[in-house]
Design a binder for this molecule. Structure first.
Ligand SMILES: C[S@@+](CC[C@H](N)C(=O)[O-])C[C@H]1O[C@@H](n2cnc3c(N)ncnc32)[C@H](O)[C@@H]1O
Length: 256
């Protein structure tokens, strides 16, 4: 059984000033509760990994069952997977909920499809690569998700989806040439449904938006920038690291 252990920061007191000095930051570990757990400063016997708190040498650990996000962060990753900030924007801007039927391509590692399946009624995900589909299926199993299907399918070929016309509320599209999937997306979406294009390059977005038919309305294209802040006694500023670009998100609505 998996457990999450959080070790509090290691701190000492400066003998001259009496101020607390942090020696090591807090750490989070994802462990098997039936195996001994070794970490940088010691070892914890499996039989003691229970309850809500345990001690090992000078360290205190808080123990709890993993939540969905703890498990999600451990899934196997093949290609680039979608980031949490972008998943959040997709859910917020399409209103995916427990009644939603979602189609997703390409499946990749299944990160986006698994996250959406936690919220939607059903997610059907497609990829051209068998090896990716296998990883996505394993990840869904690890996460205990049973309302997602993974199947081989070329989203550029609308004939492969012809028995699914007007079926889906949302289509999430994360493939290299999204403009080639527009006919498939138009056919399988219900009127009022959303196509979400996730693409790292703005040229991919431009080519796709310019090729939309008149029954597909481009609502907006956005980029989500997330800035993490350091909040300490004497430090109160953005964390010093690149504000990495991930991808652009375009929201398109099937209007008739
Ligand atoms: C960047 S990955 C998708 C990652 C996924 N959104 C996730 O969060 O794990 C892009 C995927 O698109 C798949 N792909 C490329 N062309 C495709 C096509 N014509 N039809 C379906 N999938 C395709 C690739 O095999 C690859 O797995």
């Amino acid at each position: 059984m998996k457990k999450v252990l959080i070790r509090l920061p290691r701190a000492t007191e400066d003998p001259d000033t009496g101020k607390k000095i942090i020696l090591n930051k807090s750490e989070k570990y994802y462990v098997e509760s039936d195996s001994d757990f070794n970490y940088n400063y010691g070892s914890i016997k499996a039989k003691t990994i229970k309850g809500s708190e345990l001690r090992s040498g000078k360290d205190t650990f808080y123990v709890f069952d993993p939540v969905f996000l703890d498990n999600y962060k451990k899934i196997k990753r093949l290609a680039q997977i979608i980031t949490l900030k972008d998943v959040g924007a997709i859910i917020a801007n399409t209103g995916i909920n427990r009644d939603s039927e979602v189609i997703d391509a390409g499946a990749g590692s299944g990160a986006l499809s698994c996250f959406l399946a936690k919220i939607a009624k059903q997610v059907d995900s497609f990829d051209v690569e068998d090896k990716n589909l296998e990883v996505a299926k394993k990840n869904a199993k690890l996460l205990g998700i049973d309302n997602v299907t993974y199947a081989k399918g070329d989203v550029y070929n609308k004939e492969e989806f012809k028995n699914k016309n007007n079926t889906y509320d949302v289509f999430t599209l994360d493939v290299p040439e999204p403009w080639r999937a527009l006919d498939s997306a138009y056919d399988v979406l219900k009127v009022g449904g959303y196509l979400v294009i996730y693409a790292p390059n703005i040229t991919q977005i431009q080519e796709t938006v310019l090729k939309l038919n008149k029954k597909m309305l481009h609502e907006k294209t956005i980029e989500i920038i997330e800035r993490e802040w350091s909040v300490k006694d004497k430090v109160l500023r953005p964390v010093t690291k690149d504000f990495g670009h991930t991808a652009f998100l375009s929201f398109v609505r099937k209007i008739n």
